[in-house]
Design a protein around this ligand. Sequence first.
Ligand code: AMP
Length: 275
Amino acid sequence: MIVLRTVAEVREFRLTCESVGFVPTMGALHAGHLKLMESAVEENVVGIGSIFVNPLQFGAGEDLGNYPRREAEDIALAEGVGMRAMFCPSVEEMLGRSSTRVTVSGVSDLFEGERRPGHFEGVATIVAQLFGIVRPTRAYFGLKDLQQCAVVRQMVADLCMDIDLQFIETIREESGLAMSSRNGYFSESDRAWAAHLNRICRVVAERLVEGRDDFNSVFGWGKNELSRHRFEVEYLDVVDFRTMRPVQSVDIYSRLVVAARFAGVRLIDNLAVIE
Ligand code: AMP
């Protein structure tokens, strides 16, 4: 395992790699990240990851300062699944001289984009920069962050980046709670309770497919059920993954999307409506 700190070091290492599977992360790695890394290692000659807690994608009042940072442990985990190099740049290395910002409109307008102004501009800017540095053959993203996948896909298409994107289904704890670096903010009992989010969403998806009630009454039922379980719902909807716009009928592109606060933690999750 090689730890790379600068753009120049990545460039030099890249010369020795035939094909590269790239997994960008913000660290505090869990089984979801490791699944992406395993795919990168399996499908490419070399797997390269990155750890960068990107200040551009955090809004005022969000958890940039508290975000978990455990680089040594992360590097050992990445090495364990066969990654060959981790790029861990400083904020200065990434942003010290940069004044370019990448805005992807349309797919970023609603849901997370609406509630976290500037978030996707921060994501797209850093992902574009990382792609320019690493020049991956394939890049791996988790469907846990569904809208992020849609934004990166749009950016890669619009800017004609020659990168094969791979989206990996969400890895969950046994309880059904989507794995997240932020789950560490929960107490043990709150973490167990947070699994109701996914459980209720699965029932909502089943009801939508059954089609006995119209979408609005099913969403009304779901929101009510979530509130009863002490979730403060921000949105619950069904979107077409390709456009991130709400839909009124379901097909293979439909994903149920949810954002809710529980015990001081903001959770997002999504699932395919038709399995
Ligand atoms: P993050 O470190 O949160 O920026 O995540 C890095 C990558 O891991 C992103 O592509 C995420 O979508 C992905 N990821 C995060 N959580 C999960 C999960 N539970 N299952 C699969 N992928 C995930």
